[in-house]
Design a protein around this ligand. Structure first.
Ligand code: B16
Ligand code: MG
Length: 219
């Protein structure tokens, strides 16, 4: 019996995924490394340092920087990202999300956030959504980023529900993997081709309603 809903942040609650893209794109341009939207898909749900490594490997530049330099590059990307997210206001909550959260609360479901972003608290504060969640997992305490199930399992633990009673909502392939390996029901937002392993996929967040999700779940 479903007792909790666990949300990804970037790309599900707000489109901060776009700001991650812009910040990585700017860094890649500086380093003369190709960076496309298609490649960016592979970075969704991946931690900051792992993302940088993927970008460098893709540009055959991984050997060109020391560990210390890599940390500096990632810090530079983050500084740019932090400037970009200063623009975020409650108007940037993706369509249907606020309504869904209110509906979940009214029906007594627990609500969690499982974002590997170390900026998740800042983004949720800017959206004025912090109060809606029973628990926001602190990414700083997570060892393995998605697709590892760690962050979704941790969220369930904090919400005191077992994983099989949770529904996870994600926009990234790595995130869907994470939800499925945690033993939860996975709702994908985005393209069916990318989110192949989700139990259900919707194209846009405004299709996410409690009744639709439960209906599909109970089918
Ligand atoms: P930060 P999510 C993830 O957030 C993003 O999808 C991913 O693109 C980003 O690199 C990662 O957070 C780390 O973010 O650099 O802010 O710590 O999708 O799990 O909400
Ligand atoms: Mg995401």
């Amino acid at each position: 019996e479903i007792k909790a809903f666990i949300f990804d942040l970037d790309g599900v609650i707000t489109d901060s995924a776009e700001y991650h893209f812009l910040a990585w794109k700017a860094l890649s341009d500086e380093l003369n490394i190709p960076f496309t939207r298609e490649f960016n898909e592979e970075l969704k749900g991946i931690s900051r340092m792992d993302s940088l490594e993927k970008i460098l490997v893709n540009g055959q530049m991984s050997g060109a920087y020391s560990e210390k330099e890599k940390v500096q590059l990632a810090t530079r990307k983050n500084a740019h990202y932090c400037t970009l997210i200063e623009q975020i206001t409650p108007q940037d909550i993706l369509p249907g999300i606020k309504e869904l959260l209110i509906d979940l609360k009214e029906h007594g479901y627990k609500i969690g956030v499982a974002s590997v972003s170390k900026n998740a608290f800042t983004v949720l504060s800017a959206l004025q959504l912090n109060d809606m969640f029973d628990h926001i997992v602190d990414a700083k305490k997570i060892v393995n980023s998605k697709p590892d199930p760690e962050i979704f399992l941790r969220a369930a633990e904090y919400l005191s529900v077992s994983p099989e009673d949770c529904i996870g909502i994600e926009d990234a392939a790595a995130g869907i993997e994470s939800i499925k390996s945690a033993g939860m029901y996975a709702v994908g937002v985005g393209s069916k081709d990318i989110l192949k392993n989700a139990d259900i996929v919707v194209e846009s967040t405004n299709e996410l309603t409690l009744s639709m999700i439960l209906e599909k779940y109970n089918r």
